[in-house]
Unconditional design. Structure first.
Length: 683
């Protein structure tokens, strides 16, 4: 590529249904995104079931690129990596790429899968990814960086259902209702017990921790748990097997206060112990009236659908929790507790059966992002790492120019209706084996050994090799199929023309010189037209004033003399013809304006013709050509009489004699209208 892509210009956008995270610059990966926008401010462009409002989404991304990141659209040198949901269709991805190339002028676009990026962010290429989002909860599996589509499951139970579930508990809390009533009676602003308040409580730091088992919380019963399912208290740190006594669990639960105080819009409220039940619908969707798989059932099904049986234990030990749900402390421990019913309990279980449940976290060498509150940025971190790898590798760029040239050559030689597939006599859905068979058959006909005296056949044979190489390459073939369906653009921009003909320095200089000369000639034509129009307008204005004065019996209309306002000055003038007018400025003599005296545009005056000519004349000692003109001045006595008459004094008869005098003057070029009437002197 002619464009140099630098790490500080790389843009990463993590597309979410609730928030959109973005940032520019991949030289420092140990940082959270610099831009976080709420999708609700842009009419929530991504709805349930991945329904997209493209106009709102374009508005959102335009805000990110051109407002928040301060990228100039006309000089966009920032390639974009988009982390999108795994469930987006090919049509949606094509529309996204088209939007960034055509509407945002992006030099490069890379589409990445969000679950795979989250796995990369935790330093693994194989594992199970749990994404608890606002609209849905998704479970995906990746093996050696390849997403396993058959192991992808989605539950409609997302953050918004968890908020509604918490709100139902709140509306049954009489203490909380009384607190709202008391604040509304004493304050001016009315506070409502609605989803906004429930969302605030759910996201309040350290308030709604997920307990391992809320029945223990209520009844303080002792439940012994396997060591493999007990982890550290942090929700975002890697869990290691450790023996935790049930008595310690009881002591921890006894310390949980019945009600915890929070401050909301300047008022204080207390929330009951039901605050720890927020995540219950994930493990029992019936609580929110949905009939779907629970989170643990989706995990079990995803692992069972994984074809690589020997990797199932490793997958269960490489779980990644991401999304907004990863912020809730205790989520990982709750998942481990619920998964005990789906793991083998026998000590004789085979090596291919999962026994442990472990979670990965962002590695410790990311000193900032390793904190538990940043686990939700695992997808963002993985996207930054991938951007550093893909945008600097030229192999990731497919040159459309090669395809364009081959299409043009094929249509010119073989016919306009001929494409790659019809030329090889195969179907667009042909396999690699069928392509190779068609190539062998055609190469036998076009091989140079059989056509030694036919240079056209050698060119066709070389063209055959290029066509087959494109069809054998999966990426290039996919690109060709796009143009095959939608048509090859006929205008491909100046970049394509430049790269095709590769002009040298001399050619570029000559082209720029011709362009400059053409612009100079165009300016001369415009100036000539404007000056001619200006002189004729003076004549029209003078005649109009003259006619007005004649109706009032002022002045001598028959002499063609009048007054006209020019540049805030009233000047006496005399109309000679439609293209000729004379001005008499006070104390400055006379000024003649004649269309015939204007210098007409000529190619001889273009700089790359006139300058060399002047230089040659100077070197040879030749003088510049001078044209002699003889100027004729009329006696202004009659003009003075006319002026006196105009002022109201009695008009004297004009003298019939006119004094004439000649004055030779060398003129190399006339200004607008000249200064006097010029008559070319005969040599």
């Amino acid at each position: 590529m002619s464009l140099t892509l630098r790490e500080e210009n790389f843009v990463v956008i993590d597309v979410g249904t609730y928030t959109t995270k973005a940032g520019i610059g991949a030289n420092d990966t140990n940082k959270p995104p610099s831009v976080t926008l709420a999708n609700a401010d842009y009419n929530t462009p991504i709805k349930d079931n991945d329904e997209i409002n493209w106009e709102d989404l374009e508005s959102l991304w335009g805000q990110v690129l051109f407002k928040e990141l301060s990228i100039k659209k006309s000089r966009n040198e920032c390639p974009v990596l988009l982390a999108v949901p795994q469930s987006w269709t090919k049509h949606q991805l094509e529309k996204v790429v088209q939007m960034f190339f055509e509407n945002f002028n992006a030099p490069g676009v890379y589409i990445a899968s969000q679950p795979l990026m989250a796995l990369y962010g935790c330093g693994a290429v194989t594992g199970l990814i749990i994404d608890i989002g606002h609209n849905t909860t998704k479970v995906n599996i990746a093996i050696d960086s390849i997403m396993q589509n058959q192991s992808s499951f989605t539950s409609p139970v997302g953050g918004k259902y968890l908020t509604q579930h918490l709100l139902r508990y709140m509306k049954q809390d009489n203490t909380l209702i009384e607190e709202f009533r008391a604040h509304n009676e004493s304050g001016d602003d009315e506070l409502k017990l609605d989803e906004e308040f429930a969302q605030f409580v759910k996201e309040y730091s350290g308030l709604c921790n997920v307990l391992v088992d809320h029945e223990i919380e209520e009844n303080l019963l002792s439940v012994e748990m396997p060591a493999s399912l007990v982890s550290t208290p942090s929700a975002a740190k890697e869990d290691t097997p450790a023996a935790v006594d049930a008595v310690e669990e009881q002591d921890a639960l006894k310390k949980i206060p019945d009600r915890q105080e929070i401050e909301y819009k300047g008022k204080k409220f207390t929330i009951g112990r039901y605050r720890h039940r927020v995540y219950d619908p994930l493990f029992n969707p019936a609580l929110v009236g949905l009939e779907c798989l629970s989170l643990c059932e989706m995990i079990r099904a995803a692992v069972q659908f994984c074809e690589a049986i020997e990797l199932r234990p490793k997958i269960m030990e490489n779980m990644v929790l991401t999304g907004g749900g990863s912020l809730m402390a205790g989520t990982q421990r709750r998942i481990k507790s619920e998964m005990i019913n789906h793991l083998p309990v026998s000590d004789n279980a085979g090596d291919l059966q999962p026994r442990l449940v472990k979670f990965l976290r962002i590695p410790d060498y990311f000193t900032v992002l390793k904190e538990s509150k940043y686990q939700q940025y695992a997808t963002w971190l993985g996207s930054l790492i991938v951007a550093k790898l893909v945008f600097i590798d030229s192999k990731n760029y497919i040159s459309d120019y090669e395809i364009f040239d081959l299409v043009d050559e094929l249509e010119k030689i073989e016919g306009k209706e001929v494409d790659f597939y019809t030329w090889l006599n195969i179907e667009p859905s042909a396999t690699d084996k069928q392509i190779n068979r068609a190539y062998k058959k055609m190469s036998l006909q076009l091989h140079p050994d059989k056509n030694k005296n036919d240079p056209k056949q050698r060119d066709r044979f070389a063209r055959l090799g290029k066509v087959v190489s494109i069809l054998r390459d999966g990426h290039k073939r996919e690109r060709y199929n796009f143009f095959y369906k939608n048509g090859v653009p006929r205008w491909r921009g100046t970049g394509y023309l430049y790269s095709r003909w590769r002009p040298g320095l001399g050619t570029v200089i000559v082209a720029l010189g011709l362009l400059g000369g053409g612009l100079q000639y165009l300016v001369a034509v415009l100036n000539y037209s404007q000056e001619k129009k200006k002189i004729r307008q003076f004549v029209i204005d003078a005649r109009s004033e003259m006619a007005s004065r004649a109706t009032k019996n002022i002045g001598a209309a028959t002499l063609g003399r009048s007054y006209i306002e020019v540049g805030n000055r009233i000047l006496r003038c005399e109309v000679k013809s439609d293209d000729y007018i004379v001005f008499y400025p006070e104390g400055e003599g006379r000024v003649d304006l004649n269309v015939e005296w204007l210098e007409q545009p000529s190619y001889k005056n273009i700089y790359f013709i006139s300058w060399p000519k002047k230089m040659i004349n100077r070197l040879l000692g030749k003088e510049e050509e001078v044209t002699e003109y003889e100027f004729v001045e009329e006696d202004e006595s009659s003009d003075q009489q006319s002026g006196a008459s105009d002022k109201g004094s009695p008009a004297k008869p004009a003298s019939k004699k006119r004094a004439k005098k000649t004055e030779p003057l060398a003129v190399t070029g006339t200004k607008v209208g000249g200064r006097r009437r010029a008559i070319k002197k005969q040599q």
